[in-house]
Design a protein around this ligand. Sequence first.
Ligand SMILES: CC(C)(COP(=O)(O)OP(=O)(O)OC[C@H]1O[C@@H](n2cnc3c(N)ncnc32)[C@H](O)[C@@H]1OP(=O)(O)O)[C@@H](O)C(=O)NCCC(=O)NCCS
Length: 152
Amino acid sequence: MITVEQRQDPQATEQILRALPSWFGIEDAIRSYAEDAATKISYLAVDAGRTVGVALLEPHFPEPVELWLIAVHPDYRGQGVGTKLVAEIEQDLRQQAVSFLQVKTVGESFEHAGYAGTRAFYRSCGFQPLEEMTGLGWDGPTVIMVKSLHTV
Ligand SMILES: CC(C)(COP(=O)(O)OP(=O)(O)OC[C@H]1O[C@@H](n2cnc3c(N)ncnc32)[C@H](O)[C@@H]1OP(=O)(O)O)[C@@H](O)C(=O)NCCC(=O)NCCS
C-alpha cells in the first residue's frame, strides 16, 4: 500500500528524477532539485519503505503555494500515486487556509508528448491553465496552472 508522508529524502528524489530523463535530463537541474529536496517542504509517496514519488512545495506567499516539483518513479506511474500526493498536499494546505495551488510546466505550444501527459495529469487534478509565457527559466513556453483550494 502506498502511503504519503511529509518528510525529505533527497537521495531518493534524485534517483526518481534520473529515472525520468524525458523530463529531467539536464544535470544542473537535477542537482538543483536534489538540493531543493533537502530544503523545501517535501511529501513522499512510499511503498514498503521505498520512496516512489515526491512532491516539493514553495510557499511564495502565505495564501498561494507553488507545487515546485512532482515526480513518480516510472515503475509506479499511471497507478494513482501522483493523484494521491496532490490530494494529501491539498488536504494539508486547506487546513493551513491556503487559497491557491499553482504549478508551472512546459506549455502546449512546445510539442512534447511527455509534457502533454503532464498537463493532462494536472488537469485531472483540477488545475486550469492561467497563462503561457516565455523566459521563465528556459527559452520555450511555460504554462502557469492554478487550482483554487476554497471549498464552497
Ligand atoms: C505527472 C506525474 C507526476 C503523474 O503521476 P502519476 O502517478 O503517473 O499519475 P496518476 O496515475 O495519478 O494519474 C491520474 C490521472 O492523470 C491523467 N494522466 C496522468 N498521466 C497521464 C499521461 N501521461 N497522459 C494522459 N493523462 C495522464 C489521467 O487522467 C490519470 O487518470 P487515469 O489513470 O484514470 O486515466 C507522473 O506521471 C510523472 O512523474 N511524470 C513525469 C514527470 C513529470 O511530468 N513531472 C512534472 C514536471 S512539470
